[in-house]
Design a protein around this ligand. Structure first.
Ligand code: ARG
Length: 565
């Protein structure tokens, strides 16, 4: 039941104005004593040639009984509506209790597939804090679309092709040791080799020629080169999987740049056939000057393919393989131009589905404590950030909840959650300054605060004898703080839809904080374990609905919901 819609429909029967317009006029009054909705009559004054207050009073008399509204009252130029609180409570609460953790889910996505390209790490390069946002944002979008019934395909488009692998090969053969790499922090060992290559190449330019030749051997699938190249991939993935495991992330596909190696020629031929390629300084490009963009590079002068060539090929492959409804790329805004260019090329190739490709871009991240300076070689590994958050959380738990069992386990859920939440609490395009203190503040607008409120609900439920869901007296949930809490709970499904439409999980993170602060007010204003049985039963039901709603919100942004903290 949508009360707002009922009001609009009733007014629409009396006044000849389209309903969507009326819906825009409807306001939420600043204080509850002025009602739950207010309809201002100013805008009607001119066409009806009457004073707004007169219109309001005439409208009030003419209105029929509106379902869900207990009273309509004209006050000056406004028509104020008061909802039937018990009915509202009943509808809002029953919906959550009957849905459980599928609250806010839908089947709008049934039969539709969404590809989500996120995290997309580079082999033999650090998995650093720079990949944090793409990783958690993409993961959250996957969960949101799953909740809405879509089939999602999570793709880690590995950066595993390019001349840098020639450098890696040379560096490894000269200075590398298999055992050190396999037994140690493998990714970091590989990165060290890469850094060393660049240092040594400054004095020995011949190394670069060797690297070019080494990459050619990879391109030619020379068995020994190819084996090493595959092994770099293997050790990197093994290492990054530790982070994915911490974050609870699994990918459906690791088809990265190398995967498209044998698929690009067909696309190059197609571009050629469609007369889209121009030769410029020996390179093959698609001229985009007509669209106010620099050309999209397809082939280097030596005939080698590039990043856009692989992305164009990958997009076509994804369409053919998954027949996506939407094809998302969760990648930093630094690559805006790249995406605009290759989406345009797809369009020029005649693919009408180019419009379904979306660059979900986001801002930069830096560390508040300054560990992320741009000084050469200074890298903040994501694994270190997560581990530090877990350790700091463990200290807090030891101090605050010395009796808690499984402290390490809970510290992991909360510490990791704090980092994720810290990233997802702002609109994605904003630059983020990450601070442990801010993220781990149990009283702030943080992951731990939301998780703690969830645990508080669980604790109330544990200590109670449960409640009778079939006999809830909804008139016991009509006080201000109960209604305010129910309103926030009731808002979540629409917020989930908005988060999906805008690719903005932060809307859900904010809704979670809102529900928690409303619950905490409800908790202080009311005695849940009231002596009156009907009151106690109703308040326990509301606490349980809160617990479920918070759990749903947390899971959609990729956080766990511990029951004790
Ligand atoms: N590996 C790239 C990077 O870290 C991101 C790849 C994004 N996905 C894509 N299809 N281009 O910068």
């Amino acid at each position: 039941m949508d009360i707002k819609q009922n009001i609009i429909a009733a007014i629409g029967k009396i006044i000849d104005i389209p309903e969507p317009e009326l819906a825009d006029w409807l306001e939420i009054p600043p204080t509850p004593d002025m009602g739950d909705f207010a309809f201002p009559c100013f805008k009607l004054a001119k066409s009806m040639r009457k004073a707004p207050a007169v219109i309001a009073s005439e409208l009030c008399v003419a209105l029929p009984k509106i379902s869900g509204i207990s009273e309509a009252k004209n006050v000056g130029p406004y028509l104020n509506f008061f909802i039937d609180k018990a009915l509202f409570s009943k509808n809002a609460l029953s919906r959550v209790l009957s849905c459980g953790t599928s609250y806010g889910s839908s089947n709008e996505g049934n039969g539709k597939t969404i590809c989500i390209d996120y995290s997309s790490i580079n082999i033999a390069k650090p998995f650093s804090i720079h990949h944090l946002t793409t990783t958690v944002l993409g993961h959250s979008l996957k969960r949101i679309f799953d909740h809405l019934g879509y089939t999602t395909v999570s793709i880690n488009h590995l950066g595993d092709w390019g001349t840098q692998f020639g450098k890696m090969l040379v560096a490894f053969r000269k200075w590398g040791d298999k055992e050190t790499i396999e037994n140690g922090a493998s990714m970091r060992e590989l990165v060290k080799l890469y850094v060393r290559f660049h240092e040594e190449a400054e004095n020995d330019p011949g190394l670069n020629d060797q690297a070019r030749e080494a990459f050619r051997q990879i391109e030619l699938h020379d068995p020994e080169s190819w084996e090493l190249f595959e092994w770099f991939k293997e050790v990197t993935l093994k290492d990054v999987n530790k982070v994915y495991e911490l974050l609870g992330i699994k990918f459906d596909s690791y088809a990265g740049e190398a995967f498209y190696e044998d698929k690009m020629q067909a696309v190059i031929d197609e571009l050629e056939d469609k007369n889209l390629l121009t030769i410029d300084n020996g390179c093959s490009i698609v001229d985009l000057s007509e669209y106010d963009m620099p050309p999209c590079l397809i082939l280097k002068s030596n005939g080698g393919t590039v990043y856009p060539t692989r992305d164009i090929t990958a997009a076509i492959y994804r369409k053919n393989t998954y027949d996506f409804h939407k094809n998302l790329y969760v990648v930093a805004y630094q690559q805006n131009l790249h995406f605009q260019q290759f989406f345009k090329v797809l369009e020029l190739m005649g693919y009408e589905w180019a419009k379904d490709c979306v660059h979900v871009n986001f801002g930069m991240i830096s560390m508040a404590d300054g560990t992320l300076s741009t000084r050469k070689g200074k890298v903040v590994y994501l694994e270190d950030v997560l581990n530090a958050a877990v350790e700091k959380t463990l200290e807090i738990i030891k101090e605050k909840s010395p009796d808690l069992e499984n402290k390490e386990y809970v510290a992991r859920q909360v510490g990791v959650g704090a980092v994720i939440f810290g990233v997802l609490y702002s609109g994605r395009i904003k630059d983020i300054v990450f601070s442990y203190e801010k993220a781990l503040n149990f009283d702030g607008e943080t992951g731990p605060y939301v998780q703690y409120t969830h645990a508080r609900c669980c604790s109330v439920m544990r200590k109670s004898m449960g409640y009778d869901a079939d006999n809830i007296d909804f008139s016991k949930l009509c006080d201000e703080s109960s209604i305010a809490l129910l309103r926030s709970i009731e808002a979540l499904p629409d917020i989930i839809n908005a988060a999906a439409d805008k690719y903005e999980p932060f809307l859900i993170a904010r809704a979670a904080v809102d529900i928690c602060s409303k619950f905490n007010k409800f908790y202080y204003d009311n005695r849940i374990m009231d002596d009156d049985e009907a009151t106690r039963n109703a308040r326990l039901a509301l606490t349980d609905a809160t617990r479920i709603t918070i759990k749903v919100a947390l899971s959609l942004i990729g956080l766990e919901a511990p029951e004790r903290m």
